[in-house]
Design a protein around this ligand. Structure first.
Ligand SMILES: [Zn+2]
Length: 276
């Protein structure tokens, strides 16, 4: 279904045009003709797991609509897109033999990490400065953002929205996708804003830090959320073994050092979103 938002709410207009209106009290009288995008780059997210992308690929505004299982549309708002002129490969501790790269020190690895540049643009939005918190009846699309990695790829965010909507939990804690430059240090694998980190769910539905090996770990809700992420495009999880015999793994999980205290969502299927 083609759905193109052509007008912006005042609040969104102010965000979109923040560079224009910065420093002066804007007037939005009838005589003022707002400078708005003609079309947004739009994502339609369906409860069956499918996602469609439509509208202007040159747009600097991304918008999202979620369609629940009864077909009801939920308009979730618009975000200003930050376009970066390069993409990056996952970080390596070895300096690339050729080509351009950036280097960042990582306290996690206690080493310099090299991120090779690759051609292509990055389309990011800031989901901390402008969080998503939507509620209607039983539907809740919400997260707590606990990180300075405030940016996410516009398509990856559509998938994340689908999973949030499916479970409608009110205690999802996001430890971030990537930073403004799209490098995502101190991690190696948070380049381009595709992969994110989440806190493990607690049986008591509190949002405190939790090790997956804790008796408080909510395996059922964790796997529900992972199944939802899988359905919307995230095919792999970096996690940690748990259980009495330390032999259990979450759905689609791999045992990866350093993931006892958070889940890393990865294996994103870049073809999951269909262009219209
Ligand atoms: Zn991670």
């Amino acid at each position: 279904m083609l759905k193109v938002a052509k007008t912006l709410q005042l609040k969104d207009f102010m965000e979109v045009n923040s560079a224009v209106i910065l420093g002066s009290e804007p007037s939005f009288g009838e005589q003022v003709k707002p400078i708005v995008e003609e079309e947004s780059l739009h994502f339609d997210i369906y409860a069956d797991g499918s996602i469609a992308r439509s509208g202007s690929e040159d747009s600097k505004v991304a918008s999202y609509t979620y369609y629940d299982k009864n077909g009801e549309a939920h308009e979730l708002g618009q975000w200003r897109i930050k376009i970066n002129d390069t993409r990056y490969k996952n970080g390596k501790e070895k300096k690339p033999k050729m080509g351009d790269y950036v280097v960042r020190y990582s306290p996690i690895y206690e080493a310099d990490i090299y991120y090779a540049k690759i051609p292509g643009k990055m389309h990011l939005i800031n989901i901390k400065k402008k969080p998503l918190n939507y509620k209607k009846d039983d539907l809740l699309i919400s997260y707590f953002h606990n990180s300075n990695r405030e940016y996410v790829d516009i398509g990856a965010f559509a998938s994340f929205i689908g999973a949030l909507a499916e479970v409608s939990y009110d205690d999802v804690v996001l430890n971030g996708f990537t930073n403004a430059d799209g490098i995502g240090n101190p991690s190696k694998t948070h380049v381009n804003g595709i992969y994110g980190d989440l806190r493990y769910f607690n049986k008591n539905k509190v949002k405190k830090k939790l090790l997956i090996t804790s008796p408080e770990f909510d395996e059922l809700r964790q796997n529900n959320f992972i199944n939802a992420l899988y359905k919307f495009g995230y095919k792999g999880m970096a996690s940690f073994k748990y259980g009495e015999k330390n032999d259990k793994l979450v759905h689609h999980g791999k045992h990866v050092k350093g993931h006892k205290n958070h889940l890393h969502i990865q294996g994103y299927d870049l073809n999951h979103i269909k262009k219209q």
